[in-house]
Design a protein around this ligand. Structure first.
Ligand code: BDP
Length: 680
């Protein structure tokens, strides 16, 4: 198995009883209307039945009394169920999939096929689903030249130089995979955007992709370069309050809708990491976003404005930046704007506290942005199941309206009554055959999609599902793999950023460089984040330090204010702790740190064992691929551990605790090996 089919493998049903039951419903598919999405649902069922039970089912539009088939039923608009929700049940001797929308029928179809892939009985069939969030989308950081910013799975899926005439069949498989999870939007290009996507030449290329996406209920979006009026339009300015600039965007949006009538909208990174934005003209983020929203007013599209901002101020705490810039703008955004906030205040670290923006902008819909591509999680050679990261953030309590005001409730709109709700995942896909490079990274795409549909699902439930659909139906093997997946994030944290450390690297975000202290700005160094010195380690964010904690509600502050009570996993996020300080485990900081770094690196061997236990029940190609990547992970985990302990030892001036073998390399040797990775 080359992994191309993802979780839609439709392997032949082995249980004869189950197979017989499925065949009883294979007489026909009755569509309701001839809509494009409905056609996709039929095609998918045909493909599924052919592959699962080796039966060709034909379609009918006949309304006569027939039984033994599958019936799509479009419910009247007035029915009080969610637009995209569905129900699957037995009715009149048929399997009936009902929904108010064609998309809902498609989601129900995929749910039925999942049920069948798991060889579950159809007796008493009653499956319902409805999404908790309205915009469920992937953000591609794909560049027009085919490269992908922070992409580790080959180059871009989008073949801009072939489009619009040649439409790669893979676009459809991409759309199927997303639709099977309920993902209904995709931003095709990098947030560090090229203005060329606003040209007619590129709009028609985008339209060709949008034509494929549309058939699967997916809307197409673009990232925009804020200075495009100047660079592409030839205007003297891109000032959002300038009438000629406003007219340019209006015209541009109209031009896009001419080619893509269901265009989704714009995603904007502005005044962030050197990208242009409204502040270049003394205007605010709201001025910029509202100008674009105005251009969308005749249409359904929206403006997604990112809150990922921080200034190059040597005295500032980057942690606080987004809150400081955005909270004062609450209530000033056009209703068509959603502000998209990364899950944590810094940048997709293996563990971060939740962003303090969540809960603090009650009048502005806040969407959440997770990162699926493993920029800080070992690229494509480390197995890290990210559902644990997503869930940890979504379940965090902001306390803004008392206990139970979780980030999930902010994001799904139930806390502040947001009309528009959004979850975005920075895609981990590329054009390698198995889509994600590491076979287990497919689970991160899967988990994001499932959680954007229903954030109440547990990381374990999702891992179970994914493993059964993708890897093996053998129960024992699945248990071992799910175990491995569920522990993988904590293991990674232990050898990479234990106790609340962050960013032991700059540049490529891969080779460990906790010693890195030169950068074009202070917050582009590693020492800025961990603050190791002769006294101790960690970033003091209490009132005695940067006071970032004040951005949270008192109940949250209480959890993290006192170093003696702060959970160890967040300790160094908020406190500068002395090397000899006794922690709740009874160990000193230094000993605890070493303990975690060593046990993390050693636990990769446990992961290898778990994987090996499943060997007999796995496809040989997939088994070997993961087994080899685990070997890389083991080697690199030791490398990272060594970098940390040897470097921090120069401050702590203590021996490696006697339970552990001191590293075989010296600090200089580790630095040399890291430098190899940084050479041009
Ligand atoms: C950081 C990445 C950078 C992105 C940026 C962003 O290192 O490549 O452009 O985030 O999200 O994580 O805009």
């Amino acid at each position: 198995d080359d992994g191309y089919r993802l979780w839609l493998r439709y392997e032949p049903v082995t249980d004869p009883v189950v197979k017989g039951e499925y065949l009883k419903f294979s007489a026909f598919i009755r569509q309701s209307g001839k809509g494009e999405i409905m056609q996709s649902a039929s095609q998918e069922l045909q493909k599924g039945f052919k592959s699962l039970v080796n039966r060709n089912i034909s379609r009918t539009n006949s309304s006569g009394n027939m039984s033994g088939g599958i019936v799509f039923k479009l419910l009247p608009r007035t029915t009080s169920v969610d637009d995209e929700g569905y129900r699957i049940q037995l009715a009149g001797g048929n399997v009936e999939i009902s929904s108010k929308s064609e998309s809902g029928i498609l989601y129900g179809t995929f749910a039925l096929l999942k049920h069948m892939q798991m060889q579950r009985p159809l007796k008493n069939l009653n499956i319902t689903g409805s999404p908790k969030v309205r915009y469920r989308m992937l953000n591609h950081w794909d560049n027009p030249d085919g490269s992908i910013e922070r992409g580790y799975a080959g180059s871009s899926l989008w073949k801009w130089y072939e489009l619009p005439e040649r439409v790669d069949p893979r676009y459809m498989d991409y759309a199927r995979a997303n639709a099977s999870l309920g993902i209904n939007g995709t931003v095709l290009n990098n947030v560090n955007a090229s203005a060329r996507f606003m040209s007619q030449e590129y709009i028609v290329k985008v339209a060709a992709i949008a034509d494929v996406m549309r058939r699967y209920g997916i809307k197409t979006y673009l990232s925009v370069y804020f200075a495009a009026p100047k660079t592409l339009g030839g205007l003297p300015t891109s000032d959002p309050l300038d009438p000629s600039v406003r007219a340019w965007w209006k015209e541009k949006v109209a031009q896009i809708y001419k080619e893509i009538p269901d265009f989704g909208g714009f995603l904007v990174k502005a005044n962030s990491e050197g990208e242009p934005g409204p502040q270049d003209y003394g205007r605010t983020h709201a001025d910029g976003a509202n100008m674009l929203a105005e251009a969308f007013s005749p249409y359904d599209g929206i403006v997604i404005w990112r809150a990922f901002v921080y200034k190059a101020d040597p005295n500032a705490d980057r942690f606080k930046a987004a809150y400081e810039e955005f909270v004062p703008l609450d209530g000033k955004f056009d209703p068509k704007v959603i502000v998209q906030v990364k899950n944590g205040p810094i940048d997709f670290q293996p563990r971060e506290p939740f962003s303090p923006l969540f809960g603090n902008m009650p009048k502005t819909p806040l969407g959440i942005e997770f990162q699926l591509t493993q920029e800080y999680l070992g690229f494509a050679t480390h197995a890290v199941y990210e559902a644990a990261i997503f869930k940890e953030c979504l379940q965090s309590d902001t306390y803004v309206n008392g206990g139970g005001s979780t980030v999930a409730k902010v994001v799904d709109g139930s806390l502040h009554g947001y009309a528009r709700t959004l979850m975005a995942g920075v895609a981990n896909t590329g054009n390698v055959r198995n889509w994600t490079g590491h076979p287990l990274a497919q689970a991160n795409w899967y988990a994001f999609g499932r959680l954007s549909w229903d954030h109440q699902l547990s990381a374990e439930q999702i891992a179970q599902e994914w493993t059964e659909l993708t890897l093996t139906r053998n129960r024992k093997a699945r248990e071992n793999i799910v175990d491995l997946m569920l522990r993988s994030r904590e293991i990674y944290v232990d050898y990479n950023t234990p106790l609340g450390l962050s960013r032991p690297w700059m540049g490529v975000h891969f080779a460990p460089e906790p010693w890195q202290n030169k950068g074009s700005r202070p917050d582009w160094t590693a020492v800025y984040y961990h603050r190791a010195d002769s006294v101790g380690l960690g970033f003091d964010r209490t009132a005695a330090g940067s006071n970032a904690l004040s951005q949270y509600r008192p109940e949250v502050q209480k959890q993290w204010n006192d170093p003696d009570k702060t959970p160890l996993s967040y300790l160094l996020w908020f406190h500068h702790i002395g090397w000899g300080k006794k922690l709740s485990t009874g160990n000193t900081l230094w000993d605890e740190l070493c303990g975690r770094l060593y046990s993390g690196a050693d636990s990769v061997m446990w992961m290898q064992k778990k994987w090996d236990l499943a060997k007999g029940n796995l496809d040989a190609q997939v088994y070997t691929d993961v087994a080899e990547r685990l070997k890389v992970q083991r080697r690199e985990a030791i490398w990272w551990r060594n970098a940390w302990v040897l470097y921090l030892q120069t401050f702590a001036k203590q021996p490696i605790p006697k339970d552990f073998q001191p590293p075989k390399q010296t600090l200089d040797e580790v630095k040399k090996s890291v430098n190899i990775y940084l050479m041009r």
